[in-house]
Design a protein around this ligand. Structure first.
Ligand SMILES: Nc1nc2c(c(=O)[nH]1)N=C([C@H](O)[C@H](O)COP(=O)(O)OP(=O)(O)OP(=O)(O)O)CN2
Length: 166
């Protein structure tokens, strides 16, 4: 049988998280703190083997849901913003410095992400990079491409794509 590829798409109801953030547009302009009900969509593409499967998507589904749960009810702060400086106070809580402002957050309420901005683009990237890891699971599961889309509400999302080296 000629090799054929398929794309499995995962966008289950539980692939969502509620979180707070603010987008930084310049050294002097940012949004006020606010939140969204984010949702996640993942598509994986690869060759269907002779047993009629790309791979069991069960483990990936659980990994997506686990990441959503880890990002639920938290406030995101960026560790790589060139406009915002983060530090911890003596109690281990977060102090964010932006344009002369000092924003304080309890450690329990914050998730610091390795992002330049807490934007849809960066959330999709970090989410995807966590799923792909070193790529060994993708290779094991014969996945050649993975796309992650992150939405901050209906009709508004950004995507990130991984492709296996040819
Ligand atoms: N390139 C990007 N631009 C903007 C982003 C982003 O992630 N990437 N994010 C924002 C703000 O965070 C803003 O919250 C976006 O949502 P917004 O449209 O303002 O509000 P809602 O999600 O409630 O959508 P409504 O259209 O107001 O219902 C801005 N820019």
């Amino acid at each position: 049988m000629a090799p054929r590829t398929t794309t499995l798409e995962l966008h289950k109801e539980e692939m969502k998280f509620s979180a707070g953030h603010f987008t930084i547009f310049s050294a002097t302009h940012r949004e006020n703190l606010h939140g969204h009900n984010f949702s996640v969509y993942v598509a994986l593409t690869g060759e269907v083997s002779d047993d009629g499967l790309l791979s069991d998507y069960g483990p990936l589904k659980q990994a997506i849901i686990a990441r959503c749960k880890a990002w639920n009810e938290t406030f995101f702060l960026p560790s790589r913003s060139k406009h915002l400086r983060l530090e911890r106070d003596a109690q281990g809580n977060h102090v964010a410095h932006f344009n002369g402002e000092e924003l304080r957050f309890l450690a329990r309420d914050v998730t610091v992400l390795p992002v330049a901005n807490v934007s849809l683009e960066e959330l999709a990237r970090v989410f995807g990079e966590e799923l792909v890891g070193d790529g060994s699971g993708m290779a094991r599961d014969h996945v050649t491409q993975l796309v992650v889309k992150c939405a901050s509400g209906p009709g508004q999302w950004a995507s990130w794509e991984w492709k296996r080296d040819a």
